[in-house]
Design a protein around this ligand. Sequence first.
Ligand SMILES: [Fe+2]
Ligand SMILES: [Fe+2]
Length: 261
Amino acid sequence: MLNSSPSPAQEWVAYFQNNAEREGRLPFLRAREAVLTPRQTAAIVRTLQRFQLGESGEGEYLKRFASQTGDAVYCQAIDLFVAEEQAHSRWFGILLRRFDAPALNSHWSDAVFTKVRRAGGLHFELVTFLTAEIVGQKFFAELGRNCPESVVSNVFSQVVRDESAHIAFHIGTLRRAFRGQNQRSQWLWYWRWKFLLAMAIALVCFDQKSAFREFGISRVAFAKSCFSAFAQTAARIWAPAVTMIMAPSPLQEFIRSSGKA
Ligand SMILES: [Fe+2]
Ligand SMILES: [Fe+2]
């Protein structure tokens, strides 16, 4: 049955459309700076290769699950969200070319992530996306802070900002989907998600060990910041309905916290 009430995803469609212009502001044409050691360059290339592949997905399953909601506006927002992830992949590809390094065609970590997120329906897929967004956001924030190459650092900063918006986008969907959930179901979702997060953190710490080492990033601090972001995200998803009546939407909260009018 068609739902005639306005879709809560409408504001996200406008956000993603407006956000498309940010790519032109990234300093891709700036010459490469000779500030990285050979080992740092190798570590950054390894990072870019993994995430270039990870962000390149077509979102086929996500789009299919979204279409089952019957909300055409949400489907449009999902299309734009997937396009934004693909933009990250494109940016990482540009950075790889700046380092004269090839992109990867496949990697086991990407295959594992794809398999896991397709193991359930829309909400499980969103939870696995949220896990990747949290871990990616915290990792790129650390790398951006510690990488002296200004173009790389600039691109990572924009990706971090985009990932914050993606987290807010999925919070809104899951908050509505999980409303009225009983305690047992909430407990199951919460612990399944926390387990996934722990696995994702371990994977990044293992696979990206050269980046942690070469840029002086603490694995413990990284893991703590991921778990802290997880706790905040979970608290916003499962906030009591009564506190949400007059609360700003996740997009309004994101705009306010990122300082963008
Ligand atoms: Fe991304
Ligand atoms: Fe994202």
